[in-house]
Design a protein. Structure first.
Length: 184
C-alpha cells in the first residue's frame, strides 16, 4: 500500500515538473498583414532600439536576450538598408519600432544546471512601421519564436539562442517581402 502511494506521489511530482516546463507565451494567431505602403517608398529607415515591458527589467537573462535581438535586428536590417539610421538622409523616413511583448529566455547557466526542468524559452514581439512624416502606422505585425525545454537542454542553450536569431530573421524577411509591394 505504501509503495502505491509513493509511486503515485512520484508520478504526480514528475507531471508537475513537466507542466512547469510549458511556457505561457503564445502568438495571437492572426496572420501578419502586408503594410499599407511598400517599404521602398521610403528613402530612409530609422530602426529604434528594441524595448520590453518594465516587468522584465530585473531579469538579466531576458535583458540579455532583448539586447541580442536588438543587435541581430540591426545586423539583418542593415543588409537590406545599408544606410540604416542615416540621420543625414533626406526624403521620406520609415520608423521601425520593435517591442518585445512577452519573453521567457533560459540562459546557458540555467540550461547547464537545470536542463529541461528550466522550461521552454519563447519570445513574442510586435513591430510598428511608422511613416515619420504623417505619424501613420503602416504595419503592425507580430513575430513569435520558441525553443522547447528539451531542445534547449540537449543543445546546452544553443536552441534558446537560435530562437533569438529566428525572431530577428522573421522581421527582416517581412521587410524584404514587402519592400516592393504593399497591401491592398
Amino acid at each position: 500500500m505504501n509503495r502505491i502511494i509513493v509511486l503515485m506521489m512520484l508520478v504526480a511530482g514528475f507531471v508537475g515538473l513537466l507542466s512547469g516546463c510549458k511556457t505561457q507565451i503564445h502568438p495571437s494567431g492572426q496572420i501578419n498583414q502586408p503594410p499599407q505602403v511598400a517599404f521602398n517608398m521610403f528613402d530612409n529607415v530609422q530602426l529604434n532600439k528594441v524595448v520590453m515591458p518594465a516587468k522584465y527589467a530585473g531579469q538579466p537573462a531576458n535583458m540579455k536576450a532583448v539586447a541580442k535581438i536588438d543587435l541581430l535586428l540591426t545586423e539583418k536590417i542593415k543588409k537590406i538598408y545599408p544606410e540604416l539610421n542615416n540621420a543625414a538622409g533626406s526624403g521620406k523616413t520609415l520608423i521601425v519600432e520593435p517591442e518585445v511583448i512577452d519573453i521567457k529566455f533560459i540562459g546557458g547557466g540555467a540550461r547547464v544546471w537545470a536542463g529541461a526542468m528550466a522550461g521552454s524559452s519563447a519570445v513574442l514581439m510586435k513591430v510598428k512601421f511608422i511613416d515619420k512624416a504623417t505619424g501613420n502606422v503602416i504595419a503592425f505585425p507580430e513575430f513569435y519564436s520558441k525553443s522547447s525545454a528539451v531542445a534547449g537542454a540537449y543543445s546546452f542553450g544553443g536552441n534558446d539562442n537560435a530562437m533569438l536569431h529566428r525572431v530577428a530573421s522573421d522581421v527582416a524577411e517581412y521587410i524584404s517581402k514587402y519592400r516592393e509591394q504593399a497591401g491592398k
